[in-house]
Design a protein around this ligand. Structure first.
Ligand code: SF4
Ligand code: SF4
Length: 471
């Protein structure tokens, strides 16, 4: 197998040209002062929610574990400030689920827990265990527990560092590379060491020349790279270049079958800030308690990148950015392409937050919705080779069988189709709901099968019992 670093990205299908609107790219990150309180949800990851390990009235210290779960796919949660637990309350998440949240009132001391110390790591097993204890999840927005990712069931040979950051406005990863290049490089070599990975590719969109230059310089000077196992791949600046499957194709030339995982192609894809965190964590033992978040949008007085304790209220973060200068028309958790709209700023910074956009009059232009004109543009931009217009039509008619045939579940919800549609069809919204219909149907089918199985087993047991009584 050829494990050289590709000089140019392999061709990927589709993609939309989105404006390179990155107002905060050249402003250094600022550390936010301690908030008076934090509200930390027990689920900031894909998988099972954590259960609180503390109760109201407890004193907690920075880095102390306050939530955990026995489930494999989950990630523990830690106190991000020191102080007193004043409430454990329900918090409604963006998917409508209600989870427990631990509210901590700051004591202003920020005292670090004695449990915070560098983990002892001598083997791959230790490494995976340590990563789990750190509470790390994919920091690019996915929220997949990293300890699961770094423990693939099959051998992998390539670590793909995702530094594409193709969503407009968001610059948090770009700042990570410029401000913490050494820790990024150290983190990725550390992952490669424990997973016995032979090749590292850092994928960066060509519109970040300063980050590309810096990463190349650092790699050239690093002893660990004397065999050239790590390199930078300059990606085409086209959305969604940072989508996992698109990135794999750009870096390896291989198309990932929708039913397969990156590990099946010999790859692990890791966000660049996630790699940086791993380096720091192994040196300090401080779990994931802060997050760099891009705050932008015309309604905010001073857009910036802010390093914030997880659980801080959006209201406090906006106040740190000078408050509002315009009426807020829309708040998005994430970028304009894939972000989720929330009704107010009564929400918290979470592990997977990378950008919060506060749109005012300037951005919130309502576009007129018209009927599909069958131009096919949505098909040409879809990186997953789907037919978005047909998916929307079949969702509207609730024909789940057709939705399945059209491979609705392979949609990565990148939003490219909605973005280019001249009729302003809300395609990704309909597709998301269509996926929900299919999931609901699958769950009902599974419940029916289980009920039938239970009924059959009960009938067999009854017959067996009877035959024992009346042999
Ligand atoms: S881009 Fe819009 S108008 Fe064109 S085919 Fe797709 S849904 Fe229809
Ligand atoms: S159908 Fe899904 S994957 Fe394809 S462009 Fe639309 S949102 Fe992206």
């Amino acid at each position: 197998m050829n494990l050289s670093i590709p000089l140019n990205p392999f061709r990927t299908f589709g993609g939309a040209k989105v404006p390179h609107r990155k107002h905060t790219a050249s402003s250094a990150s600022e550390v936010m002062p301690l908030p008076e309180k934090v509200r930390i949800p027990m689920q900031m990851h894909i998988g099972a929610p954590c259960k609180p390990l503390v109760k109201v009235g407890d004193q907690v210290l920075v880095g102390q574990k306050i939530g955990d779960s026995d489930a494999f796919i989950s990630a523990p949660v830690h106190a991000t400030i020191s102080g007193k637990v004043t409430a454990i309350e329900k918090m409604v998440m963006t998917d409508g689920k209600s989870v427990d949240a631990v509210v901590i009132a700051s004591d202003g001391e920020n005292t670090v827990s004695p449990d915070v110390r560098p983990p002892e790591v001598h083997s791959r097993e230790d490494f995976v265990k340590a990563i789990r204890e750190s509470g790390l999840v994919g920091l690019g927005g996915g929220g997949f527990p990293t300890h699961v990712k770094v423990n693939p069931p099959v051998p992998v040979d390539t670590l793909l560092i995702n530094a594409a950051e193709c969503e407009p406005y968001i610059t948090a990863d770009h700042r990570e590379m410029l401000e913490n290049a050494d820790r990024v490089i150290d983190g990725m070599f550390t992952v490669a060491k424990y997973l016995d990975i032979k090749r590292i590719i850092i994928g960066i969109e060509g519109n970040k020349p300063d980050a590309i230059r810096l990463m190349k310089e650092k790699l050239a000077a690093d002893e660990r790279n004397k065999n050239g196992m790590a390199g930078v791949l300059t990606l085409r600046a086209i959305y969604p270049q940072g989508a996992e499957r698109v990135l794999i194709q750009a870096a390896t030339g291989k198309q990932l079958n929708p039913a397969k995982l990156p590990a099946d192609m010999g790859c692990i894809v890791m966000n660049v800030t996630t790699a940086g965190f791993i380096s720091d964590y192994l040196k300090t033992g401080m779990p994931l308690i802060t997050k760099r978040v891009t705050i932008d949008g015309s309604a905010v007085a001073t857009p910036k990148n802010v390093i914030v304790p997880i659980g801080t209220g959006l209201e406090d973060v906006v106040a740190f950015c000078g408050g509002y200068r315009d009426e807020v028309r829309e708040i998005l958790l994430g970028g304009p392409m894939m972000g989720i709209a929330i009704p107010s700023d009564d929400f918290q910074i979470m592990k997977q937050s990378n950008g919060i956009l506060f749109f005012g009059k300037k951005e919130a232009i309502k576009k007129r919705l018209t009927a599909c004109i069958h131009c096919g543009t949505c098909v040409t931009v879809c990186p997953m080779h789907l037919e978005p217009y047909a998916l929307e039509q079949n969702f509207e008619k609730r024909i789940t069988e057709r939705l399945r045939k059209l491979a609705v579940m392979t949609c990565i919800e990148c939003g490219s189709c909605s973005y280019v549609c001249p009729a302003n069809r809300p395609l990704v919204h309909s597709i998301r709901l269509g996926k929900g219909l299919v999931r609901k149907e699958d769950a009902e089918e599974k419940a029916r099968e289980e009920a039938l199985k239970a009924k059959t087993e009960a009938a067999i047991e009854a017959v067996e019992a009877e035959s024992k009584e009346n042999p």
